[in-house]
Design a protein around this ligand. Sequence first.
Ligand SMILES: [Zn+2]
Length: 232
Amino acid sequence: MRFPLLVALSLCITISNVVNAIPCNKLSDTKAVDECYMKIALDYALIHNPQFPFGALIVDHTKNDISCYGANSNKKNRLLHGETAAFWNCTELYPSPTNNDMTDPGLNWTDQTLYTTGEPCPMCASQSIYRGVGRVVWGTSIPDLNKSGREQIMIRMEQVIQSAKLGANRPNNKIPTVTGGILKDECDKAFWCAFSNARNEKYYQKMVADGNLDYIKERESKFICNKQHDEL
Ligand SMILES: [Zn+2]
């Protein structure tokens, strides 16, 4: 029993160090703040589920303060993508004070930024709209996730957002702003390495047929996957 206890203890210390070692709330430049929080989301994902390093972080951008975390938890529930986990965690942590999450949520969601290591899938993009989050920042694009070998629904987040309408097909102004490609190389590497087992013969055949051989060569020379936590 001693060993699992030590492992659990060291995991807690590691997470604590990851969070405390990076003073994101001391930064003010938007790009620097975004990269800082994305690094936390990626580290969180690699600790929790290195085989599916989809990590998410929800930050109150008016206070520059972390509201909650989420990591892909597909062993518990395969619908718990990182973003979904973060939305659920935040709603549990900040429940509606009047038991009405529709009209009186426990967080001012327009003040929140969702950071996620992978571009949100249509399910998580839709939740971002329904939840009313003000901003979304992602690392690796859906096309790059797919080219890494992982199955994807090839609908971009912007397409989901543009399809959000009020009644009578009126424009919905309560849609998040989106910034993509933050810490792209670090996030791309994590997914490229994590999904190496998915790159089988059929994958290579189709990538070559589509003219993507150079893409594979570029990734293989750029990303050395010996250790999940290697820095680039
Ligand atoms: Zn998703």
